[in-house]
Design a protein around this ligand. Structure first.
Ligand code: HEM
Length: 472
């Protein structure tokens, strides 16, 4: 703790600080600040002292080595508190630890593998709904797909009855954070028509969840959160053992819907967009998944290094969560600078994933960078086996799911979902680019400004005769 120098402060306007630059192009602003002033640099938003941290070592310190000196803090709570309440995403300290311990069994390998069928079935339906040669908006299709998978994993067979309430709430949540709508900047308590609609739909969702919880309690739920069949079952069991109160239970159901829907949808959108744009690599992934002989199971994914590389490279170039926040609870030393307590630290996967110090040709989609040959001449995904994937890249130069004890609890779910979806789709269609340039907005997540179009051409090779060719 010998550092006394404060991080560089390139300044901004009085009072407003850097609001203007952030509102017009937050991602560009972060990239420029980091390139010009290094791994820890100050900026201000309406008088809130903030620091952009892009030094991978400092990121590891915040998320892993010294994680207990940092909290999520006010910033995410102000934005998301009305929605996520006391659920896992915003909980702090002991309350967070207790919840995470109780819920984590829902994301153990075998449990996540059990969601594999839903992930493949819904992707098959998506592919079968595309006519040969149709131009499809993969953002809309991925949003629908990720909703179907998550809703089924969250509520199991109860989703059949409750689909419309959950869908309406999910769409309202996405709209609420759409920065193209001016209303998204207004506080939630203002009784604008958009806010009233949002409230109504969220209240209906909470009411539905409370009703389902009561039914499951009456039906004698499993006592062990790890033995439940769906996420709600895990939450009910966790509440029965005293790890969650009833309010936290409902907040967590909403939390999963929020944290797992748009993020996965965006991951799939960008993976499909990038593959459409790189026909050679798409052909390589197709050859790999066609060789499986049938639609993939979660266990098959270990044999699919090119597919894994395709998804990881999309998560690098277009991380669905472009930035997230922490606050130090005491003064800390970061990247050789002294940073005071209670300021906002912005950790930005977007900026670090595009830093030329860690990535060759950082703005290009190059999935090959994740692959390497073993001595036996086998191609493997670099991060699945010992040895660096790309030169001497530091550990936190790639962190689309955060890191340390608070890393994304849905990471295994999402990586499995994205790979199963891409594999199932590419076994049926070849994608060609239509949208040639992406325009992005730094909303809560990294969203496309408009439709992301690709052309889907039906492949003529036969699928496994046992597989349904058309379930629509
Ligand atoms: C590609 C998809 C996804 C991405 C990129 C992503 C990204 C992230 C990131 C960066 C964090 C850490 C935020 C922080 O430290 O402040 C996080 C946390 C979280 N994610 Fe994900 N996520 C994805 C999918 C999912 C899914 C599918 C679920 C649930 C089914 C989920 C549930 C959560 C929850 C509950 C947290 C909070 C964990 C905690 O604080 O203990 N996420 N996610």
């Amino acid at each position: 703790m010998g550092d006394t120098t404060r991080p560089p402060d390139p300044g901004g306007l009085p009072v407003l600080g850097n609001v203007h630059e952030i509102a017009s192009d937050a991602l560009g602003f972060y990239e420029q600040r980091s390139a010009e002033h290094g791994g820890v640099v100050r900026y201000d938003v309406f008088g809130t002292e903030s620091y952009l941290v892009t030094d991978p070592e400092a990121i590891g310190q915040i998320l892993v080595e010294e994680h207990d000196r940092f909290v999520k803090g006010e910033m995410p709570r102000e934005r998301l508190g009305g929605l996520l309440g006391d659920g896992l995403f915003l909980a702090e300290g002991e309350a967070w630890r207790e919840q995470r311990t109780a819920i984590r069994s829902a994301f153990f390998r075998e449990r996540v593998a059990a969601y594999g069928d839903a992930m493949v079935d819904r992707a098959r339906e998506t592919a079968n709904s595309w006519e040969d040669g149709a131009v499809v908006d993969v953002h809309a299709a991925s949003t629908e797909y990720a909703f179907a998978v998550l809703a089924e994993s969250l509520l199991g067979s109860d989703i059949e009855r409750e689909r419309e309430t959950v869908r309406a709430a999910s769409a309202a949540i996405t709209d609420r954070f759409d920065t193209r709508r001016l209303t998204s900047f207004l506080p939630e308590w203002l009784p604008t028509p958009a806010n009233r609609r949002y409230r109504r739909r969220l209240d209906a969702l909470r009411e539905t969840i409370r009703g389902l919880v009561a039914e499951r309690r009456a039906a004698d739920p499993p006592a062990d959160p790890g033995a439940a069949d769906d996420l709600l079952g895990t939450l009910v069991a966790a509440a029965e053992m005293g790890a969650l109160d009833d309010g936290e239970l409902v907040d967590n159901a909403v939390t999963f819907l929020f944290a797992g829907h748009e993020t996965s949808a965006l991951g799939l959108t960008y993976a499909l967009y990038c593959l459409a744009d790189t026909p050679e690599f798409q052909a390589r992934v197709h050859a790999e998944v066609a060789a499986l002989g049938s639609d993939p199971t979660p266990a098959d994914l270990r044999e699919c290094p090119a597919l894994t590389a395709a998804v990881d490279e999309a998560l690098r170039l277009y991380p669905p969560v472009h930035s997230f926040f922490r606050e130090p609870t005491e003064p800390v030393s970061l990247g050789g600078y002294r940073v005071p307590a209670d300021v906002v630290l912005t950790l930005s996967p977007w900026t670090v994933h595009r830093d030329g110090r860690w990535w060759d040709d950082p703005e290009t989609y190059r999935p090959e960078r994740w692959l390497r040959e073993t001595d036996a001449g086998e191609t493997v995904h670099g991060d699945d086996r010992p040895g660096p994937a790309v030169g001497e890249r530091p550990e936190h130069a790639f962190f689309p799911f955060g890191g340390g004890p608070r890393h994304c609890i849905g990471m295994r779910f999402a990586r499995q979902e994205l790979r199963l979806a891409v594999a199932t789709l590419l076994r049926r269609v070849r994608l060609e680019p239509v949208t040639t340039e992406l325009s992005l907005q730094a909303s809560v997540n990294t969203r496309p400004e408009g439709p992301v179009r690709v052309r889907a051409l039906t492949r003529d090779e036969p699928l496994d005769p046992d597989e349904p060719s058309d379930t629509s």
